[in-house]
Design a protein around this ligand. Structure first.
Ligand SMILES: C[S@@+](CC[C@H](N)C(=O)[O-])C[C@H]1O[C@@H](n2cnc3c(N)ncnc32)[C@H](O)[C@@H]1O
Length: 225
């Protein structure tokens, strides 16, 4: 399944279209759709999931919009830029069934982070920050099947919620995608340990795993805990 296409092209091969319905969305359509939710698309904390993300056409534009807002707000303060840019990346999630798409998507989002860091603060991001962002992208962009909600290994897809708690501390809590979607459709609380989220107006399942807060630049170390 060769993955060739002209830059900006919508079709890579007839085979990929037949096998996986891979027809990519043009930049103009992506922007027109995101313009309909413009304030949310530019808010660093707002969460987006693209369940058939391809190489990230929607995720890339959302990240650009968020990072532009971060740049405008931080006015050259590199520390503030990095923290808010981390939050921007950490709130975008994607799934694609093709491994090359998932890998290309992660690489593309990392490239946008690097490019806009240079534009936003005039410097390259600290290597610690780049490692933290790379780690989050490795968890947030999953190669898997969004219909069966399983990953390449056949395991249930689990996404991490990254929440800034105090100062620079980030708390990771892992949720099964299947539970999150079930909660979104529920009318009544199924069990006592499910919570109602007032902002999203959905029931939230208990996490399958929780981690103690760490400095956001150290999120990579959580894997070892
Ligand atoms: C129509 S393309 C859209 C790609 C991207 N969202 C865009 O707009 O440019 C559909 C994508 O879904 C992926 N896909 C197909 N079946 C899938 C499944 N069951 N789970 C996750 N991804 C799937 C394909 O590999 C392809 O990249």
């Amino acid at each position: 399944m060769p993955r060739k296409s002209k830059p900006g092209g919508q079709i890579r091969s007839k085979q990929r279209v037949a096998d996986h319905g891979e027809v990519l969305t043009s930049e103009r359509e992506v922007n027109a759709m995101l313009d309909m939710v413009a304030p949310e698309a530019a808010r660093p904390e707002s969460r987006f999931l693209e369940p058939a993300c391809g190489d990230g056409n929607f995720m890339a534009e959302i990240l650009r919009r968020k990072l532009q807002a971060v740049t405008d707000a931080c006015q050259g303060d590199a520390k503030s830029w990095e923290k808010n840019a981390f939050v921007s990346v950490a709130s975008i999630y994607g799934i694609d069934i093709l491994p090359d798409n998932a890998a290309a998507c992660r690489k593309r989002l990392m490239g946008i982070f690097d490019e806009l860091r240079a534009a936003g603060c005039g410097k390259k991001a600290s290597e610690k920050c780049r490692l933290a962002v790379r780690h989050v992208l490795g968890r947030n962009v999953v190669c898997g099947d969004a219909l069966t909600m399983t990953d390449e290994a056949g395991e249930a897809i689990v996404f991490s919620e990254w929440s800034l708690v105090a100062g620079d501390q980030i708390r990771r809590a892992d949720f099964r995608l299947e539970d999150l979607l079930r909660g979104a459709e529920m009318k009544n609380r199924p069990e006592e340990n499910w919570k109602f989220d007032e902002e999203a107006r959905v029931f939230l399942p208990p996490p399958v795993r929780e981690f103690p807060p760490v400095h956001y630049l150290l999120v990579g170390t959580l894997e070892k805990s």
